[in-house]
Ligand binder design. Structure first.
Ligand code: CAA
Length: 388
C-alpha cells in the first residue's frame, strides 16, 4: 500500500501553496472585513487552472485528477476559506454537472468560459423552504406547447457566487403542457437573460468574501437545449454533483484546520506562562495531540474519497459513502481544531490581529453547506443499513 502523492501531485500542491500563501493569505483579512468579492485573485486562480481543475483542457480546464483538486482546495482554503468556497462552487457544483451530463454544445458554450476562470458559475438547489429536504423544491419549469422552451418561475436561496455568476445550474420541477409533473430537471440559466434577478445578499458569520444571495426567476424562458440531462433526471444530477462537491468541502475543512493547527503549534512553542512555554503543559499538549491526530485522519479520508472518485470514473462505481464520510469527519474536525486553536491563543485567539477568529468563524459553514453533518450521517447510515 502506497500513501505517497505522485511527483505531479506534489508539484501541483507546491504550486497551489505558493500561489495561496503569496497572493491570497495577505489579502484574506481585508476581504473578510469588507465582504468584497476578491475578483482579481479569483481571476489569477483561473489563469493557473484552479477554476476548472478536473475539467479537460479542451473545455478550458486543467485536466487534473480528483486528488490534485483536493490538494488545491486544501491549500487555497488554508490561506482563505472564502477563496476556497468560490473555487469549490466553480469546480464542483458548476463544472461537474456540465462535464458529466452536458451536451457538447453546452460544454463549449457554458463550461469553457467558467472552467477557464473568465467568468463565475453557480448552483441553485436550495430554496427558502427546502434545504436538507432538497426534493421538496417548489420552483417550476413549464414546457411550452410546442416543446421548444421552458417557462421557469423559481426562488432560490443561499446561492454561493450568486451575486457574481454569469451562468447558473438550476433545479426545478418539470411540468408538462397537460399539467402533469415529470420530476426535477436541471437547467442552465444565463444571468443576463430577461426574467433573472438577484435578491438580497446574505451577511454571514464566516466566508464573508464569498458572495451569497437569493436569486429569482420570473417567467424566465429557457430554451429546451439548455436543459442538462433528461427531464426528471435533475435530482440524480444534483446528488451526483454533491458526491463530488462534498470531497471539495472536506478538503477545504482540512486546509482551514491545518492553518489553525500550525498557528497553534507555533504559538505553544513561543508563548510563555508560569516560566515555561505553554506547549510544555499537559493541558495544551493534549489539545495539540488530538488536533494533529484528527487532522491526519481527515487527510486520509479526503485523499481516499478523492481517489475513490477517480476509480469510480474508471469502473462505474459510486463514491457517495467515501465523500460523505470525508465531509462529515473533516468538517467536524475543522470546527474542533479551530475552536482549540482559539483557546490555545487565549485573548489573542479572540483578536482580529490574528487569523484565528476568522478560521473559527469560517469553519462553521463546512458543517452546514453541501449537506449538513446530520445529512451526511443519514447518507452513511442508509448506505450501511440499506434501510430508510
Ligand atoms: N447519486 C445518484 N442518485 C442518488 C444519490 C446519489 N448520491 N442519492 C440519491 N439518489 C437518487 C436515489 O437513488 C433515488 O432515485 P430513485 O427515485 O430512482 O429511486 C432518488 O435520488 C431519491 O433519493 P432519496 O429517496 O434518497 O432522496 P431523499 O429525498 O430521501 O433525500 C438526501 C436524500 C440525501 C437527504 C438529499 O436530499 C440530500 O443530500 N440533501 C441535502 C441537500 C444538500 O446537500 N444541499 C446543499 C445545497 S448546495 C450548497 O450548499 C452549495 C453551496 O452553498 C456551496
Amino acid at each position: 500500500m502506497n500513501f505517497a502523492l505522485t511527483e505531479e501531485q506534489q508539484m501541483i500542491q507546491a504550486a497551489a501553496r505558493e500561489f495561496a500563501q503569496n497572493e491570497i493569505a495577505p489579502i484574506a483579512a481585508r476581504f473578510d472585513e469588507t465582504g468584497e468579492f476578491p475578483e482579481a485573485s479569483i481571476r489569477a486562480a483561473g489563469e493557473l487552472g484552479f477554476m476548472g481543475v478536473e475539467i479537460p483542457e479542451e473545455y478550458g480546464g486543467a485536466g487534473l485528477d480528483p486528488v490534485s483538486y483536493a490538494l488545491i482546495m486544501a491549500e487555497i482554503s488554508a490561506a482563505d476559506a472564502s477563496h476556497g468556497t468560490i473555487v469549490s462552487v466553480n469546480n464542483s457544483l458548476y463544472g461537474v454537472p456540465l462535464l458529466a451530463f452536458g451536451t457538447e454544445q453546452q460544454k463549449q458554450q457554458f463550461l469553457t468560459p467558467v472552467a477557464s476562470g473568465e467568468v463565475n458559475g453557480a448552483y441553485a438547489l436550495t430554496e427558502p423552504q427546502s434545504g436538507s429536504d432538497a426534493r421538496a423544491m417548489r420552483s417550476r419549469a413549464e414546457l411550452s406547447a410546442d416543446g421548444s422552451y421552458y417557462t421557469i418561475n423559481a426562488r432560490k436561496s443561499w446561492i454561493t457566487s450568486g451575486p457574481v455568476a454569469h451562468y447558473i445550474v438550476l433545479f426545478a420541477q418539470t411540468i408538462q403542457p397537460d399539467g402533469s409533473s415529470r420530476g426535477i430537471s436541471a437547467f442552465l440559466i444565463d444571468a443576463e437573460a430577461k426574467g433573472f434577478t438577484r435578491g438580497k445578499h446574505e451577511p454571514k458569520l464566516g466566508i464573508r468574501a464569498s458572495a451569497t444571495c437569493e436569486i429569482e426567476l420570473v417567467d424566465y424562458q429557457c430554451p429546451v437545449e439548455n436543459r442538462i440531462g433528461d427531464e426528471g433526471q435533475g435530482f440524480k444530477i444534483a446528488m451526483t454533483v454533491l458526491d463530488s462537491g462534498r470531497i471539495g468541502i472536506a478538503a477545504q475543512s482540512l486546509g482551514i484546520a491545518q492553518a489553525a493547527y500550525s498557528a497553534a503549534l507555533e504559538y505553544s512553542r513561543d508563548r510563555k506562562a508560569f516560566g515555561s512555554e505553554i506547549g510544555s503543559f499537559q493541558s495544551i499538549q493534549n489539545k495539540l495531540a488530538d488536533m494533529r491526530t484528527r487532522i491526519e485522519a481527515s487527510r486520509l479520508l479526503v485523499l481516499q474519497a478523492a481517489w475513490a472518485k477517480s476509480q469510480a470514473a474508471n469502473n462505474g462505481t459510486k463514491n457517495t459513502l467515501n465523500a460523505s464520510m470525508a465531509k462529515l469527519f473533516a468538517s467536524e474536525t475543522c470546527m474542533f481544531v479551530t475552536h482549540q486553536a482559539v483557546q490555545i491563543h487565549g485573548g489573542m485567539g479572540y483578536s482580529k490581529e490574528l487569523p484565528l477568529e476568522r478560521y473559527f468563524r469560517d469553519a462553521k459553514i463546512t458543517e452546514i453547506y453541501e449537506g449538513t453533518s446530520e445529512i451526511q450521517r443519514m447518507v452513511i447510515a442508509r448506505l450501511e443499513t440499506g434501510l430508510r
